[in-house]
Design a protein around this ligand. Sequence first.
Ligand SMILES: Nc1ncnc2c1ncn2[C@@H]1O[C@H](COP(=O)(O)OP(=O)(O)OP(=O)(O)O)[C@@H](O)[C@H]1O
Ligand SMILES: [Mg+2]
Length: 248
Amino acid sequence: MTAGMSLTVSDLVLSYGGAPVVNRLDLTVRPGEIMVLTGPSGCGKSTVLRALAGLLRQDSGQILADGDPVTTTSRDRAMVFQDSALLPWRTVRSNVELALKLAGLPRAGRRAEALRWIADVGLTGFEDYLPKSLSGGMRQRVQLARGLAGNPRAVMMDEPFGALDAQTRTSMQRLLIETWRTHPTTIVFVTHDVDEALRLGDRVAVLGRAGQPLRALVDVPTPRSPDSERTALRAEILAALDNTELIS
Ligand SMILES: Nc1ncnc2c1ncn2[C@@H]1O[C@H](COP(=O)(O)OP(=O)(O)OP(=O)(O)O)[C@@H](O)[C@H]1O
Ligand SMILES: [Mg+2]
C-alpha cells in the first residue's frame, strides 16, 4: 500500500440548494502527490475540498478514495483550515493529542507522539502554551501538526498560509514540504497565490467561476525547485485565471 490515497472525482455536482457551485467536475488526484486547486474567489475551491473530506453531500457524480465512495468523514482524510481551528482552551500538546485520539491512537502512546509532532514543526518549548499566546505562524504550525498527526492518507488544506506575512509563509511552505517528505501522504492544497501553487504542487488545477469547467490542469515538472524554473507555467496559469475573469 502506498502512503497516500488516490482521490477520483467524476462528474461531480455540488450545490447549496440553488444553482450548482461545482458542475460536472472530473479530477484525479494521484497517490502521494500534492494537487493544488486555485481559481477566483467564490469559484468553489473550499466546496470541493469539503466534499473530498466527506463534509458535504454530493448532488450527483462520485468521489472515490482508493476506489471506495466517499460518503462521510474518515480518519484517513484530514482537513486543515485557514483560520485557526484550534481549541482555544487546550494547550498546543493537548490540541495535537486530541487529533491523535481521533485518529485512533491508544492513550499510552499519545503524549510521546504529540511531542514528536510538536518538535517536527519546530515548536518544542511551546507545548504548554494556549493558542492565544502564539503568533499566527505558530498557530499554523500547530494546525499542520494536528492535520498530519495520525498519518492520514490524504490531507485537504484550505489556504492554510493565507493569513501569514510573506516571510512566514515561505518558511511554512518549506516546513510543509519537509514534513510531507518524511510523512508521505496525498495533499490537496487550496491557494489564491500562483507562486505558492507552483512551489508546492506536482500539479495545479485552475477552477473556473462557480459552475464552470476546469480552466486548466498544469503539470509542474520542477516543483520544489527555484521559482525561476517555472516562469512559463506561471504565465500559463495567470492566463487561465485572466480568461476566467473575462468570461464572468
Ligand atoms: N454554506 C454555504 N451556503 C450557501 N452557499 C455557500 C456556502 N458555502 C459557500 N457557498 C457559495 O458557494 C460558492 C463557492 O464558495 P467556496 O467557499 O467554495 O468558494 P472558494 O473558491 O473557496 O472562495 P474563496 O477563494 O473566497 O475562499 C460561493 O458562491 C459561495 O457563496
Ligand atoms: Mg475558500
